[in-house]
Design a binder for this molecule. Structure first.
Ligand code: PAF
Length: 285
């Protein structure tokens, strides 16, 4: 595995690969790699000739009150894990290498960026779209792998790819969960032992909702209430939203069908945690 720190260097290395007809898989991350990230790298490796994993804590997607300064980092462990999982090129630019100066350009995907996560974090998806657009421009033609825990992020990126004609295939990959069902996230490290136990209520609330859906329930309001009541049992959990939406348009749906996605966002202590499932299929396991 080669570690590369400048966009120009990565561009040249990947141009050489493409000239030899090699396919490229891209796994963009903000580091502090866990099994969820590693599953993306392994999938990218199984489907491409070479894998680029990027590690960049992107300041554009954090608001002034969010955890940019405390976002967890462990570059030594990340380097080891990324290599073990099959990364060929680890791209770890510093802020200066990514943006020589201030960034004056922003990519913004309208409508689907302002609901759900975007309602609480109005600048977040523009920050994500801008950095992902930059990574796509650096890496070029490739398949890019993203975890479905960030369901809305994938929809925003897919729409950007469509609207701006990026030659990038977007691959959404199933959520990887801890033993008790909690979706893996770098931010789980913020939880105290007690909060970590309470966090298991998130997947449990989705499981409970899915049981009712399997038993025939099709009304969104009822499913929403089941989830909310289950989460409200824990005083540690502060609900941001529980919504049932069309998985692509992210528009709220009253009646459940194959396209319906159930999305949940909560705060536990200082951690903001999200989870989701297809309403009819249930939790990824
Ligand atoms: O999902 C993430 O880790 C980030 O939002 C991403 C896609 C790497 C962009 O910074």
């Amino acid at each position: 595995m080669d570690t590369i720190i400048t966009p120009e260097d990565l561009q040249h290395r990947l141009d050489d690969l493409r000239n030899s007809q090699m396919s490229i898989g891209l796994v963009p991350t903000m580091g502090y790699l866990h099994d969820g990230h590693l599953s993306l790298i392994r999938k990218a490796k199984s489907e491409n000739d070479a894998v680029v994993t990027t590690i960049f804590v992107n300041p554009l997607q954090f608001s002034a009150t969010e955890d940019l300064d405390t976002y967890p980092k462990d570059i030594e462990s990340d380097t080891f894990l990324a290599k073990e999982a099959g990364t060929d090129f680890l791209f770890t630019p510093s802020h200066k290498e990514m943006f020589c100066d201030d960034v004056l350009t922003a990519v913004s995907v309208q409508e689907i960026s302002s609901v759900l996560e975007g309602a609480s974090r109005p600048t977040h998806f523009s920050g994500v779209a801008t950095i992902v657009a930059k990574l796509f421009n650096i890496v070029g033609v490739c398949s890019a792998y993203f975890g479905e825990k960030d369901w809305q992020q994938i929809q925003v990126i897919k729409r950007m790819v469509k609207d701006l004609s990026y030659r990038v295939e977007i691959e959404g990959c199933p959520i990887v969960r801890e033993e008790d069902g909690l979706a893996m996230s770098s931010r789980n490290v913020y939880l105290t032992e007690e909060q970590r136990k309470e966090a298991a209520n998130i997947p449990e609330s989705l499981l409970k909702a899915h049981q009712e859906i399997r038993a025939g329930e099709r009304q969104s309001t009822i499913v929403k209430r089941i989830i909310t009541e289950r989460l409200d049992r824990s005083s540690a959990i502060e609900i941001d939203y529980v919504e049932l939406v069309n998985g692509e348009s992210l528009k709220i749906t009253d009646q459940i069908d194959e396209q319906t996605r159930v999305l949940v966002a909560v705060k536990i202590g200082s951690a903001r945690l999200i989870d989701n499932m297809n309403a009819l299929k249930g939790l990824d396991r």
